[in-house]
Design a protein around this ligand. Structure first.
Ligand code: UPG
Length: 461
């Protein structure tokens, strides 16, 4: 029975993980399940009041030892260890507390990087499912890296074929952690991804993996790993920007910073498709030189821009720069992307940003930094064909000319830009189709819910 379904949802505290997790919670709540959402106190604190009042949602924060939030000034390995220790204890305590009251969680759903929640679920013999919040393609690439005899050396950046994938990758397209240039401080990452597979394998055969993607977008990659049952249940995006069923669902509710500057009047004053929206990650750590090159490239483009950054004060020509654009510390990205004046998204290609660009039908200029972002940028450019990736000059810096060149191609009147805009419109329609009643993601999510309550009763949407 649906009212007996109680999901414990555990998420990594980063913005790119919290957002799809909250949206997953909203979808399953609408189907009648109860959801307890557990993550670090710092992430729960930044959730809007509205999110904390979602009916049926219980928040279960725990201290991960970084109650003011992790910043790049902290050692990332220490943080991951502390999160694992504190999180494992918190999840165990939550399960025990339920049992004391004669109740139990039906299922534990845990996000990417939260391997330990899967481990605790295995130990406590509670069925669990990974909510993978990156493309299915990236999961497949990691799977091959750890499990199959595929040569990932990619010497001289030669092209590598991946069985079952209609896409050729070079080493520069791999997740950054696989690349030889990955900084030592991120050496913790590959073992975490390896552990994901080990935990899935210990949980039993043919484990389901929920993926924030949809069938039409990654048909082959979703089916490429026979060992697991990947299910596209995305895009996990607030309803108002997707199917419109709930016009009041206009935000994820877990914003890093609550909106502080009003940019809507400014956007309203601009011509259709004329504005460049720039957001290069919640924790961008671009060098001063790189920031300046991007700024110069934007100026060269002569187009208005809205740039989300909290580092603009490092720019030497900020005053001149501000005449052409607007700088904000945070915005509602989906609100901006769905504004008619926005014609291009200059993005770090974090997975949520990619999928939000597709849902909004906005072409991109991709500037991947790390993690899955190089692969995401490759997919956007060569598979979904909605944009292009910036090329770095010798020395690794992307120069202003390159920024301006790509913006001109994507936003200009030429054939390439025209095609990208056409492709972007196509994905916008297909994304909405996926979540409609009877759409692939809608069917998959209902199927998952049916399975976890162990009944044949169908869920309403
Ligand atoms: O001003 C802003 C800037 C961002 N966002 C939102 O913040 C989220 C950002 O997510 P994402 O684009 O995925 O970036 P990160 O937060 O950097 O995501 C991390 O997590 C993702 C999911 O695992 C990975 O794909 C990325 O590489 C990794 O950096 C999106 O929902 C945006 O809509 C806003 O609402 N307002």
């Amino acid at each position: 029975m649906v009212e007996h379904c109680h999901i414990l949802l555990v998420s990594f505290p980063g913005q790119g993980h919290i957002n799809p997790a909250i949206q997953f919670a909203k979808c399953t709540l609408q189907m009648g399940a109860k959801v307890t959402f557990s993550t670090s106190l710092s992430a729960i604190r930044r959730m809007s009041e509205a999110a904390s009042k979602i009916p049926g949602l219980t928040l279960a924060p725990f201290s991960d030892g970084y109650d003011d939030g992790w910043t790049s000034a902290h050692d990332v390995q220490d943080f991951m260890l502390s999160l694992r220790t504190c999180g494992s204890e918190a999840v165990t305590n939550l399960v025990m507390a339920q049992e004391k009251e004669g109740q139990k969680f039906t299922h534990i759903v845990y996000s990417t990087l939260i391997t330990w929640a899967g481990e605790v679920a295995n130990q406590l013999q509670i069925p669990s499912t990974l909510l993978w919040n990156q493309p299915a393609t990236v999961l497949y690439v990691y799977y091959l890296y750890f499990n199959k005899n595929v040569d990932f050396t990619g010497e001289n950046n030669e092209v590598i074929e991946f069985p079952g994938l209609p896409l050729l990758l070079k080493s520069c397209d791999f997740p950054s952690f696989m690349q030889s240039s990955s900084p030592v401080i991120y050496n913790f990452a590959l073992p975490v991804f390896k552990e994901h597979f080990e935990i899935l394998d210990r949980a039993g055969t043919k484990q389901k993996i929920l993926v924030n993607t949809f069938d039409a977008l990654e048909f082959e990659a979703i089916r490429a790993i026979n060992k697991y049952d990947l299910m596209g249940i995305g895009p996990l995006i607030p309803s108002a920007f997707l199917d419109g069923k709930d016009p009041l669902d206009t935000s994820f509710g877990g914003d890093l910073i609550q909106k502080t500057v009003d940019y809507m009047d400014w956007l309203n004053s601009k011509d259709e498709l004329s504005v460049i929206y720039v957001a290069l990650g919640s924790f961008s750590s671009l060098s001063k030189q790189q920031m300046e090159e991007i700024a110069k490239g934007l100026i060269e483009s002569q187009k208005p821009f809205l740039w989300v950054t909290r580092e603009a004060n490092t720019l030497s020509f900020i005053k001149e720069f501000e005449k052409q654009g607007m700088i904000v510390p945070w915005c509602s990205q989906l609100e901006v992307l769905s504004h008619p004046s926005v014609g291009c998204f200059l993005t770090h290609s974090g997975w949520n940003s990619c999928i939000e660009s597709l849902v909004s039908g906005v072409p991109v200029v991709a500037f991947p930094q790390w993690a899955d972002q190089p692969t995401n940028a490759k997919l956007l450019q060569d598979f979904w064909k909605t944009g292009m990736r910036l090329a770095a000059a010798d020395g690794g810096i992307v120069m202003a000319d390159e920024v301006a060149r790509c913006l001109e191609i994507v936003m200009g009147g030429g054939e390439r830009g025209e095609n990208m805009r056409k492709q972007a419109k196509k994905w916008k329609i297909l994304a909405k189709d996926a979540v409609k009643e009877g759409g692939s993601s809608n069917v998959n999510l209902k199927g998952f819910m049916d399975q976890i309550v162990g009944s044949n009763q169908s869920f309403s949407s």
